[in-house]
Design a protein around this ligand. Sequence first.
Ligand SMILES: CCCCCCCCCCCCCCC(=O)SCCNC(=O)CCNC(=O)[C@H](O)C(C)(C)COP(=O)(O)OP(=O)(O)OC[C@H]1O[C@@H](n2cnc3c(N)ncnc32)[C@H](O)[C@@H]1OP(=O)(O)O
Ligand SMILES: CCCCCCCC/C=C\CCCCCCCC(=O)OC[C@@H](O)COP(=O)(O)O
Length: 279
Amino acid sequence: MQQAGTMEISVGQWILILVLILVPLLYEWSATFKYLCKMAFYNGWILLLAVLAIPICAVRGRNVENMRILRFLLLHIKYLYGIKIEVRGWENFSLKEPYVVVSNHQSELDLLGMMEILPNRCVPIAKRELMYAGTAGLACWLAGVIFINRKKTDDAISVMSEAAQTMLREDVRVWVFPEGTRNHDGSMLPFKRGAFHLAVQAQVPIIPIVMSSYKDFYNKKERRFTTGKCMVRILPKVETRGLGPDEVPELADSVRKMMLATFLELSGEPSQSRDTCSQ
Ligand SMILES: CCCCCCCCCCCCCCC(=O)SCCNC(=O)CCNC(=O)[C@H](O)C(C)(C)COP(=O)(O)OP(=O)(O)OC[C@H]1O[C@@H](n2cnc3c(N)ncnc32)[C@H](O)[C@@H]1OP(=O)(O)O
Ligand SMILES: CCCCCCCC/C=C\CCCCCCCC(=O)OC[C@@H](O)COP(=O)(O)O
């Protein structure tokens, strides 16, 4: 029986106390644990923000204008992680017409740079799996994100051809990661050609975007994630008017060359090194 004036602590409470002591200690001592916590919070926070976004976006239904709401809700995340984003080349976004944005893809952190500069009425092309990422998937769907099935090339191509018509009909811009997957190795993968076919089919310009390497503050393999700075460059538009499907490979190669040179320059790498592409 509990005596007056004494207080018994249950097993559950002991566990809670231990967790409250151990977690901050581990967080300080182990870079890996810190990395895992930061990434878990990143995803969890986005899933939670999406809960907020869904009812607001649902008022309009599936609509590209909802992308502004997602952008607004996500813009503060860089402050939570102490990531400074420096953007140059805003003037290159001053086009009234639709265009295709192509950018390098290093990690899910690209979302921060993307939201920093996302133009109005601009939707990303995303892998279909993202649609099933719980609340984030639904928020993306409501914001008009274009989902493609990477396992079915024909399906992906027909979705992108449809996107070419939508861009012109509904004055929409499309953001594509032409590497087609995240690339953690501090370079740029060979480009897939979908984005360039899209621009040529719609006869709209391409605006290349380059985000500098995250190597100083983020490395997935080393499980390192600290504060840091990312530079984002919006490059001048590349015209596609008059080009046909036969010119797509050359177009893709020349845009990649330009982006890789900018990436290496921004990331402080020697310009002739680190091209993993054998084109
Ligand atoms: C609070 C809010 C919470 C929410 C927060 C979240 C919001 C933001 C979401 C951000 C999402 C970001 C997600 C990023 C991704 O998911 S990246 C992965 C998906 N994207 C891509 O894959 C795009 C790049 N891929 C391509 O362009 C590919 O070419 C693709 C069209 C997908 C086809 O790929 P694949 O099957 O691998 O085939 P190939 O690339 O080898 O192509 C085969 C041949 O077809 C030709 N081709 C390609 N596209 C077309 C086309 N549109 N028309 C005609 N022909 C086409 C291609 O050139 C190949 O032929 P050749 O070899 O050139 O002869
Ligand atoms: C109930 C289900 C809960 C599922 C939880 C899923 C957790 C997802 C949580 C939040 C989503 C965060 C959105 C981040 C957007 C960044 C998208 C991204 O970077 O996708 C990767 C894709 O470009 C390429 O994929 P791969 O590198 O080929 O792979």
